[in-house]
Design a protein around this ligand. Sequence first.
Ligand SMILES: [Fe+2]
Length: 318
Amino acid sequence: MLLNRNKEELYFEIALGEKGEKIKRYSLKVGEGIAGKVAETGIPIIENDVENNPFFTSKFDSLTSFKTKSLLCVPLVYQDEIIGVIEVINKKGKSKFSKNDLKLLQAIANQASIAIKNALLYQDLKNLFFDTIESLVSAIDAKDPYTHGHSKRVSEVAVMIAKEINNSESFLEKVKLAGLLHDIGKIGIDERILTKKDKLTQEEREIIKKHPTIGRRILEPIELLKDIIPGVEEHHERYDGSGYPKGLRGDRISLLGRIISVADVLDALTSDRPYRKGLEVELAVLEISKLSGIEFDPFIVSILNDLYKRGKLNCFGS
Ligand SMILES: [Fe+2]
């Protein structure tokens, strides 16, 4: 069991045994029950007769119709900070939990504390990283009222598509980041061109077309973002090879690029623009389907249609 952030409650991170899944849904106040006492004081408890222990709570036994007879509970400590407890219940056979059992469990707890603390720190760092990128991106989007929230929505629908292909956490993270950052290169484009209400000149269009390449250059120095560069650089490539900047064709365009391209256009079509109202999501999906195999990868378009039929895209469109 781990202590929550404000150190008031223990929650089950891992609960093994036949009642494990059931018990994982519950938590315990610090100071409550034997585990709560250990979390409060940092002192291990061996109890071979729980019924006579004043701290024992039968809360979990009554929830799971399990019968606790004996238990051994040690704190998880990392650099003098209590981060949780490990508890083992009902020693097998006739023998009781002994000092040796305690020593063994403490040795396991020492190893576990380091691993758990590392994982928690890593998670914190990752959250900070995502939060920072999200606020950076929304600051950029906010400059143009017509693209407000665009990158976040692209990222969300791209992740929906990606989940249908490969549910691995690392892949989904890449897709999420590529969606958020796909237009980051627009930082380097003159704002007067980006927000121009009249028709763009040929020259202005060529300038805007540089944003995927500028995006790549912005991200290149960031080690953690290297893998998502293809998604940023190739989100305006077209399946038939008529896109930019490189004119890549078919599967030569990265999977990230093919996903972001569909997600990007879906949001663009369903969003209002100064000169037109956004399309209904049904019509937007239809428009994209017409360009399947031309502008978009047919496989990604089929996933989009499937998501639409399952009602997953209802958040889009007016
Ligand atoms: Fe773009």
